[in-house]
Design a protein around this ligand. Structure first.
Ligand SMILES: O=P(O)(O)OC[C@H]1O[C@](O)(CO)[C@@H](O)[C@@H]1O
Length: 468
């Protein structure tokens, strides 16, 4: 039996609730329907051309999962800690799921029985990374180097530091046993290291799955299996959502509708897309979405070469926390945001608020009610308050927070991203803008062949002239 579906509620984008000026009426929806039917055709053609490998991942079956689970089992026999050495799309998905399913406070409590504690070192910050190396017992720790390209400087610096530490403390053979590479099937330095004779376990990322679309490949699944999460259920949820996102009709396809609402809002000047789950444990999911939306849709050039400079800036917020931090801006600041709430029907746990001060009516109304009722009321009230100011929002309604539901959300948001890219006429699979900064970094770090880049940065150095 299929699990309960994630539903998209776009009532607070509709003209009848938002007013004619800001809301969508039937004519606007009909126009979007025609446009996104074409976008869906583009997506189908990209899939047929083998470019959208993420759409195949939910259907990898036992053959795809077996090597991942076998590696998790091997490491589980002697490791208590699992450290992901990766950045961006090679890191954010594992954090999103581990935080969603393990809880945002997971590192404060004891390791669950039979599972490894998962750490994701999503930076080359020496303070953070040294703390990891200093505090984890090398005997009981596996290091998973995750890099699709096999060359990212931040990840490679982590790998070199972790490997040296392991070799110094445990010797070469024991060090190699604790390393796993997840990378392209052929290209990159990680493959070269193995080809040169290092006996290190390796899992492949399909070549047609880019980093930010890779959470349901070995990139996310190995860390998550090691952390004891139900990776098969993640895939089942994604497959379930894939089945619900076939139609070119907006009203029948939540991913297509989300893409249409986002693109339309962007064209109406809403340059910011706020992803706001009403669950502390879903902050990682909102941050994962941030890379997906920003790197995929933030583009200077359309596919026909025209200069377009499109893309909505993603913002990760958490309800109700950020009602007391950012909501003032969302309510009264520039009309430049579309808010996407993630609401939860069943939090899985609940607390009844005690009725302790009957004499204080400003407090006693809470007594006897549940905390889930309060946070749900806050989500509804926030959407309604925004609508009263003519500010649109939409809600992804999650039946609960479990692996199936998170799998559904991943697929929905990935498909929405490529559909939005098709409507905007850009390539949602590349990230040319990131390259320049990488090359200038190589130059500054003295990498051979990047001497010009080093000179370019040095030529921009104004010394202390602007330093106060
Ligand atoms: O997996 P890799 O190749 O190390 O890349 C890490 C990240 O760097 C980028 O290539 C550029 O930021 C992202 O797209 C990617 O997720």
């Amino acid at each position: 039996m299929a699990n309960q579906p994630v539903r998209l509620d776009y009532g607070f984008c509709a003209a009848e609730r938002l007013g004619a000026a800001a809301g969508l009426d039937d004519a606007a929806l009909a126009r979007l329907q025609a446009e996104f039917e074409r976008a869906m055709t583009v997506v189908s053609a990209q899939k047929a051309a083998g470019k959208l490998g993420f759409m195949d991942l939910p259907f990898m079956g036992q053959d795809g999962l077996a090597p991942i689970l076998a590696e998790a089992k091997r490491l589980g026999e002697f490791c208590e800690n699992f450290v992901v050495l990766g950045i961006g799309g090679s890191a954010l998905g594992a954090t999103a799921v581990d935080m969603a399913l393990g809880g945002c406070l997971r590192h404060a409590f004891a390791r669950p029985a039979g599972a490894m504690r998962l750490f994701v070192a999503d930076n080359s910050d020496p303070r953070m990374f040294a703390a990891l190396l200093d505090n984890l017992d090398p005997r009981a720790t596996a290091f998973n180097v995750v890099s699709k390209s096999g060359s990212t400087a931040e990840t490679m610096s982590q790998y070199l530091a972790a490997r040296q530490m392991l070799e110094q403390k445990l010797g070469r053979e024991e060090a190699l046993r604790r390393l796993v590479f997840t990378t392209d099937p052929q290209a990159g330095y990680l493959r070269k290291i193995i080809a040169a004779g290092d006996d290190i376990a390796v899992l492949s990322v399909p070549p047609n799955v880019g980093g930010r679309y890779s959470v349901l490949s070995a990139v996310g699944l190995l860390p998550l299996a090691c952390a004891g999460h139900d990776v098969a259920a993640l895939l089942e949820g994604a497959a379930q959502m894939a089945g619900r996102c076939q139609s070119p009709v907006l009203g029948e396809n939540p991913a297509l509708m989300l893409a249409a609402l986002a693109v339309e809002s962007f064209r109406r000047g809403r340059n910011i897309f706020v992803m706001m789950p009403y669950a502390s444990d879903l902050l990682g999911l909102a941050q994962w979405f941030g890379q997906l939306w920003a790197e995929s849709l933030g583009k200077a050039k359309a596919l026909d070469g025209a200069e377009v400079h499109v893309g909505q800036t993603p913002v990760a917020a958490v309800g109700a926390t950020d009602q007391h931090s950012q909501l003032q801006l969302y309510m009264e600041g520039p009309q430049d945001k579309l808010i996407c709430f993630l609401t939860i029907d069943d939090y899985g746990r609940d607390l009844t608020i005690p009725a302790l001060h009957p004499e204080l009516t400003g407090l006693s109304y809470l007594g006897g009610q549940t905390m889930s009722r309060l946070i749900k009321a806050e989500a509804t009230a926030t959407a309604a308050a925004l609508a009263r100011q003519g500010r649109p929002s939409l809600s992804l309604r999650l039946p609960r927070i479990d692996a199936n539901v998170i799998g559904q959300v991943f697929y929905l948001l990935e498909l929405a991203t490529v559909a939005a890219g098709a409507a905007l006429g850009i390539d949602p699979l590349d990230q040319p803008g990131v390259e320049l900064g990488k090359q200038l970094t190589y130059g500054l770090m003295g990498r051979q062949g990047f001497e010009d880049q080093a000179a370019q940065v040095r030529a921009m150095d104004a010394g202390d002239r602007f330093l106060i």
